[in-house]
Design a protein. Structure first.
Ligand code: 2AM
Length: 479
């Protein structure tokens, strides 16, 4: 006997609840389950009018409520809870049923779970969902991995509930097998960290160097949001900066403790990049910047350290400087995305996912935190050249950076001279200059490594591997 619900959601905390409501609002019959039944009943009591829900109180009842092949969305805290829920439900499922994990799982866990379940005839679809609570309810960007077959049954439903980009296209696509969806979501979050850090640095420069108030900076961001930086993060930055704390009458940003939190995905992006050998320095600096901010004791003990004397700008200079900061922010943003997409390409190669990078940019245009006009450009770059080795190899982006670079350099130079920390801007610029450089000091590094560890080196003028007898007569031997 199979039930009537086209989809079921177990784990009805805020994300699960909103996703269930989103399915119901699109006309699907949604089975509901939660470890603690009270949450299930609350949902039906509060939002039962929005669609057809089938509340259930046990895993057996939940599974029986679903039509075949069953589609169960698991929305529990990533980690042990996901494994616990899978162990509970898998024995009740049959060949061809689909478990969708919508949590922020590590893609290696997703690969393991997918393999185990595949051997039992069950599809496991590790799915990135971005957009927070509001996205889950009104349309997130959805990044499902798993088998192509599972996407056939699930895809049309996800396309209904996903965010729609400006051209109406749903922000979902089959990313690739097993852990591909969670890998892409992880990288999305890493890029999000970098975006936020760069915006933070722009803010601090406008505050400390240009001498603008938070309200003035909000206006600057509003202006930027009408141009090429048009994005959700720039839009909400203006909102946050113009908010005044009701209790004190001060700008909200001045009463918030300046210690940022981080969840796992930003850190994973950097850890995995190191494993894959991908230089994501901008993303890494964003993760480290949050870490530095959180070391309250270290910062307190360092307040006496010497810095330069700040030289605030006059009004005219400040306005010109703000324009330069826009250039620096945009150029650094191109670099962050270049690094993030490099990681996507490397992951895809390593795990045989065959990820369509242009499609990824396309499904990030709506619903998710990094949604931005700019993403259309990335899609365009990959459409024009599917094998693009790096976003910086796209002529459009290269030309834009070329036009921005004088201001980018001026802004970072000013930041350094005035002692304003801009790890994101400077890391991005260093990456750009490293890639451009005719020669890097890596040749010297190789010499040092060969000297102290006989690690060998290769030559520019002929093939082979060489070692110099540093302790002796410095003869070169080919090894
Ligand atoms: P709860 O309401 O019974 O606590 C977010 O924590 C969601 O995940 C909640 O719906 C929570 O259920 C659920 N959850 C957390 N750990 C779980 C577990 N080990 N098994 C089942 N559900 C779990």
């Amino acid at each position: 006997m199979s039930g009537t619900a086209q989809i079921g959601v177990t784990g009805l905390a805020v994300m699960g609840r909103n996703l269930a409501r989103n399915f119901a609002r699109h006309g699907y019959t949604v089975a509901l389950h939660n470890r603690t039944a009270a949450r299930t009943h609350e949902l039906v009591e509060e939002f039962g009018e929005e669609g057809i829900f089938v509340p259930t109180e046990s895993p057996e009842e939940f599974v029986a409520a679903l039509e075949r092949p069953r589609r169960l969305v698991v929305m529990v805290k990533a980690g042990d809870a996901t494994d616990a829920v899978i162990q509970e439900f898998a024995p009740l499922l049959e060949d061809g049923d689909v478990i969708i994990d919508g949590g922020n799982a590590h893609f290696e866990d997703t690969r393991r779970r997918e393999k185990e379940l595949r051997e039992r005839g069950i599809h496991f679809v590790g799915t990135g969902i971005s957009g927070g609570e509001e996205g889950a309810l009104h349309g997130p960007s959805i990044m499902p991995g798993g088998s192509a077959e599972s996407y056939e049954s699930l895809g049309p439903m996800l396309e209904k509930i996903a965010a729609k980009a400006k051209d109406g296209a749903p922000c979902v696509t089959h990313i690739g097998p097993d852990g591909a969806g969670h890998f892409v979501k992880m990288t999305h979050n890493g890029i999000e960290y970098a975006d936020m850090q760069l915006i933070g640095e722009a803010y601090q420069l406008l505050r400390d160097v240009a001498g603008y108030s938070p309200a003035q900076i909000a206006d600057v961001f509003r202006t930027w949001n009408t141009g090429r930086l048009d994005s959700y993060l720039i839009e909400i930055t203006a909102e946050v900066l113009s908010h005044v704390d009701a209790a004190t009458g001060k700008p909200f940003v001045d009463v918030v403790l300046d210690q940022a939190e981080q969840k796992g995905t930003g850190r994973w992006t950097v850890q995995i990049a190191l494993d894959l050998g991908v230089p994501v320095s901008g993303i890494a600096e964003a993760v480290f910047a949050r870490s530095v901010s959180g070391h309250a004791d270290l910062r307190e003990a360092s307040r006496h350290l010497a810095g330069p004397t700040a030289k605030p700008l006059g009004d005219d200079e400040a306005a010109a400087f703000a324009d330069q900061v826009e250039q620096a922010l945009y150029a650094s943003k191109i670099v962050s995305y270049t690094q993030g997409f490099h990681e996507l390409a490397a992951g895809s190669r390593q795990y045989d996912w065959n990820i369509d990078l242009g499609r990824i940019a396309a499904i990030w245009r709506g619903g998710c935190i990094i949604r931005a006009a700019f993403l259309d450009r990335i899609t365009g770059a990959y459409e024009a050249q599917p094998q693009l080795p790096s976003l910086l190899a796209d002529k459009g982006f290269a030309d834009e950076i070329a036009a921005a670079q004088d201001d980018w350099r001026a802004v970072t130079a000013t930041a350094v001279l005035q002692g304003v920390p801009t790890p994101g801007f400077t890391a991005a610029l260093a990456y750009y200059d490293s890639l451009r450089a005719a020669r890097l000091p890596a040749a010297l590094t190789q010499g040092q490594r060969d000297y102290f560890g006989a690690h060998t080196y290769r030559r520019t003028d002929r093939d082979g591997t060489f070692h110099t007898l540093w302790g002796g007569d410095k003869t070169e031997i080919e090894s």
